[in-house]
Design a protein around this ligand. Sequence first.
Ligand SMILES: [Zn+2]
Length: 60
Amino acid sequence: MDRPLQRCIVCGEERTVGIAIWDQFICHPCEQEMVKTDVQDEKYPFFIKQMRRIWLKENA
Ligand SMILES: [Zn+2]
């Protein structure tokens, strides 16, 4: 079974492997980044911003 390409909302790359959060897709590498990213990490606000964008869209 072929998995469709989906555009990752974090990095914008089209990939087949990743997770779906609400209706959105986060690719596996980004998911791994998020899991290991510490709250103190400078990348953390970026992830939160991306996640919030999904959330706001879902609740608009
Ligand atoms: Zn990604």
